[in-house]
Design a binder for this molecule. Structure first.
Ligand code: DAH
Length: 344
């Protein structure tokens, strides 16, 4: 084939290759193959000039130049259409800053936290301070010092969860009473909120729940002080017309002991058609009593001089009553659709 024929065949070859170009990498490869500074085909065509007979050189040079111009123009066209497409892609990926923003979701306090803080606020105003104790407790603080002797049947009421080395997960917040009396001198007024644990699990019971313990020790405290304190407390926690009644009961660490009922805040104590209190008009919310003299003297407090009262309250139960939560598990499944409906 003569050189002119060769050149026109190369032109066709380039056109075929150019028609295949669909993206930046294939364009770049085409450019290098044809007009690359080192190995480009056109450069080697120029290099062949010395092998061409002198009389044909002019025509050959013109032919190669023509081919080169064609190649360069086509490469430029391809480059700008690729560039256009690339710009469109960038635009479609970019953020539209004129769109309205997504409003941040406002969090809410957990119902247990709401109630615990309310209880802390009420008792702080009554002159109480807040004390804490460990959740993994020893037998002495959880039972023995609270007048549960070893093998005493009252231990069975606690559904204790045992840990290694004779420790237990505290079954109530009452051990913080003991820790407080061992470390402070009367007059004492503390509340002790915290988690407690029992091997118990149904609609109303969860193996982990929350209590607040209250303790007052001073000279001359009576059941009247206990009842007055609890009355002003429940009137603040529920409604101003909430009433209180003490029912005789038994706890090893108090004597006498009482369970405390309040008038049902849903039917104002009338009991009329009330599902919440099963039409009794009353709800049990606390255990309480006068601190047993044995417990006082075990903590180095003279029961001849001092007396005290104590009470224990389930925070979860109060939260369920206050927010109308039917199942204790709803408090701990942490479903934000449920918890988000409750606002302080
Ligand atoms: N610790 C008791 C319980 O968990 C509740 C209790 C009852 C606490 C009477 C007290 C009290 O301080 O006086 O069942």
């Amino acid at each position: 084939m003569d050189t002119a024929g060769q050149l026109s065949e190369l032109t066709e070859q380039f056109d075929r290759e150019a028609a295949e170009i669909s993206d930046r990498p294939s364009w770049e490869a085409l450019r290098l193959r044809w007009v690359g500074k080192k190995q480009g085909l056109l450069r080697s065509l120029m290099g062949r000039m010395k092998d061409i007979p002198p009389e044909d050189r002019r025509a050959y040079g013109q032919g190669v130049n023509l081919l080169k111009q064609g190649v360069e123009t086509r490469l430029q066209e391809l480059d700008s259409s690729l560039h256009l497409r690339e710009q469109k892609e960038v635009k479609s990926l970019a953020t539209d800053v004129t769109l309205p923003g997504r409003p941040p979701k406002i969090g809410s306090l957990h119902p247990i936290t709401v109630i615990r803080r309310e209880i802390e606020d009420i008792f702080t105003e009554l002159g109480y301070s807040v004390a804490e104790g460990p959740e993994v407790e020893d037998d002495y603080h959880n039972f023995e010092a609270l007048n549960f002797p070893p093998n005493h049947p009252a231990r069975d009421t606690q559904d204790t969860l045992f840990v290694k080395n004779g420790k237990v997960l505290r079954t109530h917040t009452s051990p913080v009473q003991i820790r407080t009396m061992l470390s402070r001198k009367p007059p004492i007024r503390v509340i002790c909120p915290g988690r407690v644990f029992r091997n118990d699990n149904d609609l109303r019971h969860s193996p982990m729940f929350h209590q607040v313990e209250g303790l007052a020790v001073a000279e001359g405290l009576t059941v009247g002080d206990l009842k007055g304190t609890l009355e002003s407390f429940v009137k603040r926690l529920f409604t101003a017309d909430t009433g209180v009644r003490l029912r005789p009961s038994f706890f090893p660490f108090t004597e006498p002991s009482a369970e405390v009922d309040i008038t049902c805040p849903f039917c104002s104590g009338t009991g009329r058609d009330c599902k919440v209190c099963s039409s009794t008009g009353w709800m049990e919310i606390l255990g309480s009593g006068m601190v047993d003299p044995r417990v006082l003297s075990g903590c180095g407090i003279d029961p001849e001089r001092y007396s005290g009262f104590a009470f224990g309250l389930g925070i979860d139960r109060v939260a369920m009553i206050r927010f109308g939560i039917p199942n204790i598990r709803m408090l701990f499944e942490n479903d934000l659709r449920v918890l988000g409906q409750i606002r302080a």
